[in-house]
Design a protein around this ligand. Sequence first.
Ligand SMILES: [Zn+2]
Length: 260
Amino acid sequence: MLIFSILLVLILGLSIGSFINCFVWRLHAQKRVDGRSMCPKCKVQIDWYDNVPVLSYVWLKARCRHCKKSISWQYPVVELATGALFVLFFLLRHDHIFLNYNAVAFVALFRDFFIIAVLVVIFIYDLKYYLILDKVTLPAIVLIFGLNLLTGASWSGMLISAIIGGSFFLIQFIVSSGRWIGGGDIRLGFLMGMILGWPNILAALFISYILGSIIGVALISMKKKKMDSEVPFGVFLTFSTVITMLWGSELINWYVGLLY
Ligand SMILES: [Zn+2]
């Protein structure tokens, strides 16, 4: 039963990952999200048997069947990452769902899947285009607020941690007159607070700054980036949000243990 469920969740995650690839491409190309998938290079529609997550990439040997141009490795990587995250979150919650047939745990799992999808979209879009889109973050804030309410989270607690997350970036935005970070980071900070709550929002901000500094220093020393070049900070923020969703409480307990 468990193996079967894991397989089902994996297939769901791979498919959502495939949808995310398509969604990000259409967001950037300003196209509506409907109709069939097509090759971004020759625009020929992709048949269903060439549109199977990961497997198609392998059996087409990373080339489009029609124009023979290469398919980006982004496609299978995003599919695999989304699939793996779905399975990971399912494993964390399946006890509550199966042992107690608990509806709230089921909603919480669905909310986690939705959050992962949103974060993966923001991650890729910021990595590729150096932009965090409001038309992704703002609807996500509203929907996650609603889903969290269904799982019994307090609306005031969510609002407070969201305001803390947003203000953290708002202050830097004001101090630097918008040079260090963009307005999209403020909205993402708000979304992170909504997702994580207090005090986990602090852990996520802390992790993303450490991660950002390490990778920033590494890139500068490899002379890939200049000191003042743009940093896609949404990449670090979304990554640390997932880490905090998974292990935030353990991290905070460990850190508090260091202090006392
Ligand atoms: Zn093609």
